[in-house]
Every structure is written in C-alpha cells, then in structure tokens.
Write a protein that binds this ligand. Structure first.
Ligand code: NAG
Ligand code: NAG
Length: 250
C-alpha cells in the first residue's frame, strides 16, 4: 500500500515521467519503484499484423508500447471502453485484445501458452525470465519444468527441445551417431522425454518407435520398478543396451 502511494506520488510530483501502469496490472511486476511489464507480457506474437494492432490500439504514451521492463501505459482500448486511465476492465475489450493483439497490449501472459501454474518452488524467478533464456539450451528444459508460463511452454507437459531447431531435420532422431545429441537437445522432437505415464510393471511408455531391441538382462522388470528406466545416473545408451524393450527406449 505504501509502495502504491509512493508510485502515485512520484507520478504526481514528476509529471514528465509519463507512465504509470493502471487499470489492469496483469503481466506486470513491481520493480521496487514502478510496476513494469514482465518479459512474458510481450513474449508472444500478435495474431494480426503489428501495423493493424497499432491502428486498433493506438498509444498516447511517450514511451510507446509495453516492452519488457518499461512502464508504458497499456493502450486504453486493450481493456476498456473508457477514455481516461486507469479505467475499469471491460471483459469484452480484453477478450478481443487477447485474441488479436496480445503483444501490442502487453497481454501475452494471459494467452493459453503463457497462462498456467508454475511449480511452487521454482529454481529461478519465473517472472523475470528473459526471451534469451527462453531460447537458451542451458535454460529451456529447466524452465519447461519449473516456469512453463514464462516462455509459453504451458501445455507442453514439461517437455521441450533444449535447442529450437531440432525439427529442421527429423532424420537426426534415427541417426545412430546422433543419439547422445538428440537425447540431450531434441527430447521433444525425438520423443525422448521421460513419460509421466508409468505402467504397473514400472516400465516407461514413451518414444516414437514401435519395436525395440531385446533386453539383454533378465532383471529388467525388477530394475524398472526401481526406476532404472528413467534414472539419469545411467546414460540413455546404457539403459537402452540393457533394457530397451522393458524401458521402451528406441
Ligand atoms: C488480471 O485480469 C483479471 C481478469 O481481467 C483480473 O480479474 C485480475 O484482477 C487481474 N490481475 C491483476 C493483478 O491486475
Ligand atoms: C523500474 O522501472 C522504471 C521504468 O522502466 C525504471 O526507470 C527504473 O529504473 C526501474 N527501477 C529499478 C529499481 O529497476
């Protein structure tokens, strides 16, 4: 509350600071002084052209449109029929903006791909994850598990490729020499994510192939019940060499 009052006070005392986000704080975070747009507010694309969105949703703010970290006011038409800011949210206006111009309106965080629950104790601060992190092999799989809402990973079931161009050449999924690579970087495209469905015998269902090389050990079903199939202490190649059929490892 004190923070809010000081924001209003600052904007009152210093009118040259044009922007204070008001009305609908969705997709913003408080940076210690101002409410500013989160990276996820503007991480998606508009469904119609940006130029058309600029005409439908003109901005009067000297800062221009919402961008990660700035506090440009959301164009009024994005969420209200009123002319003054801040104004009450008119749900129809917001629904229309979400469907056509979510980026222009700073509403990406409310679209389906960005609108889901993160884990309770994420390994990183979900609200401040950047676009660069969303595209980084070092971060993508962690983000998909802990902060799916930050990068539009909702609905992926926690499974994404670590690199973004696996789909360019699907033959790598079958290439013997590429298995270590695809198991690490193309989990989604090549069907290598640990499946969440585990059968009663403990064997894992997943993978895209329909036949498997034979198990070389007779203990596979016992090992599988102990989690061998998904235990990353063993490499994919080691698990496949022992229990390809039981673990359904292509
Ligand atoms: C986000 O938008 C919803 C629906 O318009 C609204 O109910 C909610 O209060 C908003 N949240 C914030 C933080 O403004
Ligand atoms: C908060 O955001 C405003 C507007 O972008 C910026 O001027 C200010 O430096 C930021 N403050 C902090 C502590 O990051």
């Amino acid at each position: 509350m004190i923070a809010l009052v000081s924001v209003l006070l600052v904007s009152f005392l210093a009118p040259e600071v044009s922007a204070v986000i008001g009305g609908d704080l969705n997709c913003t975070m408080y940076n210690g002084t101002f409410f500013v747009w989160t990276p996820a507010a503007v991480a998606c694309t508009n469904t119609i052209s940006d130029a058309s969105c600029a005409i439908l949703y003109p901005t009067t703010d000297t800062l221009g449109y919402p961008a990660a970290g700035n506090n440009a006011v959301r164009p009024n038409a994005c969420y209200t029929t009123a002319a003054a800011t801040p104004a009450a949210v008119v749900p129809d206006m917001k629904t229309a903006a979400l469907a056509s111009c979510p980026k222009t309106c700073g509403y990406c965080c409310n679209t389906d791909a960005y609108n889901c629950k993160n884990v309770d104790y994420p390994r990183l601060t979900c609200a401040s994850i950047t676009t660069a992190q969303c595209n980084s092999p070092a971060w993508r799989t962690i983000i998909a598990t802990d902060c799916p809402s930050a990068c539009g990973f909702c609905g992926q079931g926690g499974c994404v490729d670590a690199v973004t161009n696996c789909g360019n050449d699907l033959s790598i999924c079958q290439n013997i020499g590429m298995q270590d690579f695809v198991n690490t970087y193309c989990q989604k495209t090549c069907g290598r994510c640990p499946s969440t469905t585990t059968s009663s015998s403990g064997s894992v269902t997943g993978g895209t192939c329909t036949s498997y090389i034979a198990d070389s050990s007779t203990s596979c079903s016992a090992w599988a019940s102990n989690g061998f199939c998904t235990n990353t202490f063993y490499t994919y190649a080691q698990r496949r060499a022992r229990c390809a059929t039981t673990c359904r490892l292509c």
